[in-house]
Design a binder for this molecule. Structure first.
Ligand SMILES: *[C@@H]1O[C@H](CO)[C@@H](O)[C@H](O)[C@H]1NC(C)=O
Ligand SMILES: *[C@@H]1O[C@H](CO)[C@@H](O)[C@H](O)[C@H]1NC(C)=O
Ligand SMILES: *[C@@H]1O[C@H](CO)[C@@H](O)[C@H](O)[C@H]1NC(C)=O
Length: 438
């Protein structure tokens, strides 16, 4: 499958790149509607912007969870927390259901924290570019068969709290290429997402610190989740019969399929979206990355991950496109402001801190507003997909995906009808014009 604009190599590198530079103006506080959630969740790392439309933040996870109170929250941990736990242990408020670690067959493997969620059982391969010393060491050890079946796991890392999601993607290395040059190591790893695992403990929590610098990688003991249940647990307290349940499931699956086809069709044919929402390259990417699915793709748990993968690709493309549109607007405005407000010759690129405070504030506010709009859109490639990974029941997952696709369809249809109303308005003005002048 083509995977447009999921540039894993870029994102993985950028996780660490972004976490090391703080580009914020500390004097600027935008009173966004997420401020209170943000306040409560941010403890150590307060100086983040979300202007790159990155959503790997715990405060955003809390915000989303508060909108869906019945869903299970993402559980996060610090490696040192796990060391201190005794059995049965808790990750924050989420209890892990083991009475003892010995009850489960745990597998030891390297842990790779990063800012993206990697969907398991997807059709394509993932590419990870390793340049940090610890990741290069991990790749070399995997290549030297130091780890059984060349398995490692990738887990989402929250950038505001620096905690790690306890549900991780199990990866298997397929191919490795050493592209190091003198003084600069680089190993490109091609891997396949083969499963989901629960991180149970960390052997070397001391290597994890705020910057996660150094040459040693984390080693986790994980419980590989073999089979997810198809249905809900028996004890949901209702008296629905199996056939009623089956009927509900079938209609949910059909609804999802039909909404998916409608979304696909709007992206393929709408001139509205093309002229108002997305640049042509993004539309082309979306069209080529949305295959036709059938009901069996939804009914079978493993196949369903391909549908999820497609949805994540769509989310990634939308994020990239929205981000590109915002950056070019911001760049143009910065240049205009610099020409108008600064003395001396124009320096490019415009450094924001050289602009007057008012102008900086205006640009920052624009970015924050664009981010809030983006987040409200509900097409985030990170946190919603982490939630899907955490679910252990297939139909719960189908329900969430159905909600996301349904929401996207509603959004697209609202856009279309808005433009239609506008065009009809123009038409009727023209008609009236004809009457006056005709
Ligand atoms: C994944 O990588 C392997 C090894 O490089 C290759 O043989 C396979 O064709 C790739 N699969 C896809 C879907 O690209
Ligand atoms: C998982 O499912 C497969 C086939 O669907 C079955 O053979 C296997 O025993 C199951 N494993 C567990 C741990 O339930
Ligand atoms: C998907 O379905 C549409 C309409 O039903 C059809 O025109 C198109 O050729 C199909 N695409 C593929 C790849 O099968």
């Amino acid at each position: 499958m083509i995977r447009p604009l999921i540039i894993s190599s870029f994102t993985i590198q950028s996780v660490f790149a972004f976490s090391q530079c703080s580009i914020n103006d500390p004097t600027y506080v935008y009173q966004s509607k997420f401020q209170s959630a943000r306040q409560s969740a941010l403890n150590a790392r307060r100086s983040h912007t979300t202007k790159d439309f990155d959503t790997a933040y715990e405060y955003l996870a809390q915000d989303r969870h508060s909108q869906l109170p019945n869903s299970k929250p993402i559980s996060w941990f610090r490696p040192a927390d796990l060391e201190r736990q005794t059995n049965p242990f808790h990750l924050e408020d989420v209890e892990i259901q083991y009475t003892s670690n010995q009850d489960k067959k745990l597998t030891k493997m390297p842990l790779y924290p990063c800012g993206e969620v990697h969907v398991p059982f997807a059709c394509g391969n993932y590419t990870l570019n390793n340049i940090q010393e610890r990741n290069v060491n991990m790749a070399k050890d995997l290549a030297n068969n130091q780890w059984p079946s060349s398995l490692f796991c990738v887990a989402l890392r929250a950038k505001d709290t620096n905690r790690i999601a306890s549900t991780a993607t199990v990866m298997q290395v397929l191919q490795m290429e050493d592209r190091s040059v003198p003084m600069h190591s680089k190993i490109v790893v091609t891997c396949k997402a083969v499963g989901i695992a629960q991180i149970v403990s960390i052997d070397n929590p001391q290597v994890w610190n705020d910057d996660y610098a150094g040459d040693e990688y984390l080693i986790a003991n994980v419980d590989i989740r073999l089979n997810d249940s198809i249905t809900d647990s028996e004890s949901d307290g209702t008296t629905t019969t199996t056939s009623e349940k089956n009927h509900q499931y079938t209609s949910l699956a059909n609804q999802l399929l039909s909404n998916y086809q409608s979304v696909k069709s709007i992206y393929s044919t709408s001139t509205t979206i093309a002229s108002n929402e997305l640049p042509p390259y993004a539309l082309t990417a979306i069209q080529s990355s949305m295959p036709n699915y059938t009901i069996s793709d939804i009914l079978q748990p493993t196949k369903f991950w391909s549908v999820i993968d497609t949805l994540q690709t769509l989310c990634n493309t939308l994020r990239q496109a929205k981000f590109n549109i915002l950056s070019s607007t911001i760049n143009e405005m910065s240049v205009d402001m610099a020409m108008e407000l600064l003395d001396g010759p124009l320096e490019l690129p415009v450094k924001r801190h050289r602009l007057p405070k008012e102008a900086q504030w205006k640009l920052n506010e624009m970015e924050q507003r664009a981010f809030d709009d983006y987040w409200e859109m509900g097409m985030d490639p990170v946190l919603d997909f982490q939630m899907l990974m955490e679910m252990e029941c297939h139909w719960e997952r189908v329900e969430k995906v159905a909600m996301m696709v349904g929401g996207e369809l509603e959004r697209l249809e609202a856009k279309e009808s808005l433009v239609r109303v506008f065009l009809e308005g123009e038409q009727s003005l023209m008609d009236r014009g004809d009457e006056v002048f005709g």
